[in-house]
Design a protein around this ligand. Structure first.
Ligand code: NIG
Ligand code: FE
Length: 412
């Protein structure tokens, strides 16, 4: 029996490729008056409603959703967040509005270091509860897969506590959570950078790999934080333990993180506000997925990444929230809106960036981020008749119903 049939949608929208690295994600297919059938959590049919419902009558399904007047999309994939932490930094938000820079705040012991202090003091249960709340907000805005980084511990004990909190929250929540270890998120107060890099490599990475709590290893490769050679040592050490590299690259200064990502076969290089044409070409040739974070530029008051340069080089970009205490939005709908209205991406490119291309950035090659036969049954249904209305009608929540593995898990 079919578990779920969604029928009579004004549009069913899906990237035609999907997370399989074959470069065929270039089209966004739109099926007018479409339907989707899901069995055992997996999409078994997608197409015009008449065809799908003939083979999978909604009246025989465990559950059916009449999507008349609405648009069905793959659930969003958010491939870059720092969603597990204690406290917030709303006062720094107002300081930034008054002119303080992100780096000034960090140098004075604020920013990441302040969140580290709060997070070290928090019990694991508090971190799990915080994360679950953020996951609920993400889900309500259509996210069905999210990457979550550790990185507010900066010592072996707290980094493990964060990864355990991610694991525990993931077990309790319908969103598919992808864990990343980011002990190299900042240099702890009072520490020498080289010595801290040794600690990440000798203490943290082996403990994390032993516990089997992370898929990826990420580094903040930035002037005043970790240099390219320090980042390389950490990413290569992680790789030897089975963790795939990711990197925060060329955010405030162009340091060479993109070339490093290309050299070590990273899954993604993220931020890229200062990336040059040469960097873009290196990423494209090496098959590293660029991840742009327009919410970060928006909340820093910085110029956006040059999405048009990636488009011109034919290197598709993923999009992510970068949700963290400095960039406080859990919403991929907002990211799609900023990508179009801020970075001038087309709605089709933004939807692909938030679904199938984002799935590549977290190495999901099972069709995540698409609606095609064999893909996970993860859908977001929006109260619009055409997907272009999502960024057009900005500042409101268009997503109404969310489905993960063929089950309705959110309904407004
Ligand atoms: O990706 N740049 C480094 N890490 C985060 C910010 C984390 C924070 O400020 O707490 C980012 O923007
Ligand atoms: Fe980040």
């Amino acid at each position: 029996m079919t578990d779920l049939v969604v029928h009579d949608a004004a549009q069913v929208v899906t990237p035609t490729g999907g997370g399989d690295g074959d470069g065929s994600d270039d089209e966004l297919e739109v099926i007018e008056n479409g339907a989707v059938a899901i069995e055992d959590g997996i999409v078994v049919a997608v197409g015009p409603t008449t065809d799908v419902t003939r083979a999978h009558p909604p009246e025989n399904a465990t559950e059916s959703v009449d999507a008349t007047g609405r648009t069905v999309l793959p659930g969003f994939v958010d491939p870059h967040t720092h969603a597990v932490f204690a406290g917030d930094r709303v006062d720094e938000f107002t300081a930034k509005l008054a002119g303080a820079s992100y780096q000034d705040i960090l140098e004075e012991g604020g920013g990441i270091l302040r969140t580290v202090r709060a997070t070290r003091e928090a019990e694991r249960a508090e971190l799990v509860a915080n994360l679950l709340e953020h996951l609920d907000t993400m889900l309500a805005h259509g996210t069905t897969t999210v990457e979550v980084k550790s990185g507010y511990g900066l010592d072996v004990e707290t980094e493990l506590k964060l990864l355990e909190a991610i694991d525990e929250a993931a077990d309790q929540h319908p969103i598919d959570v992808v864990p990343t270890f980011m002990g190299a998120h900042a240099v702890p107060e009072g520490a020498d950078t080289e010595e801290y890099v040794d600690r990440v490599i000798e203490e943290q990475l082996p403990a994390v790999a032993d516990a089997g709590l992370a898929e990826f290893c990420d580094v903040f490769c930035e002037a005043g934080v970790f240099s390219v050679s320090q980042s390389r040592r950490i990413l290569e050490a992680g790789q030897e333990l089975g963790l795939t590299p990711k990197i925060h690259a060329e955010e405030f200064e162009r340091l060479g993180g993109s070339q490093l990502a290309a050299d070590c076969g990273a899954a993604s290089a993220d931020h890229l506000l200062q990336a040059t044409d040469e960097d873009i070409e290196a990423l494209g040739e090496a098959g590293v997925t660029p991840v742009l974070l327009p919410g970060t530029a928006f909340s820093l008051g910085a110029p956006y990444a040059d999405a048009a340069a990636f488009e011109a080089a034919d290197v598709p970009v993923a999009l992510a929230t970068d949700f963290n205490p400095n960039c406080f939005s859990q919403s991929m709908e907002s990211v799609v809106e900023l990508a179009c209205n801020g970075m001038r991406m087309t709605p089709a490119a933004a939807i692909r960036g938030a679904t199938s291309i984002a799935a590549r950035a977290v190495d999901r090659t099972d069709g995540t981020g698409t609606i095609r036969e064999g893909a996970p049954g993860d859908l977001a249904i929006a109260t619009v008749t055409n997907y272009q209305h999502i960024p057009y009608n900005f500042g409101v929540s268009n997503v109404q119903t969310v489905i993960t593995d063929g089950t309705v898990v959110h309904r407004d």
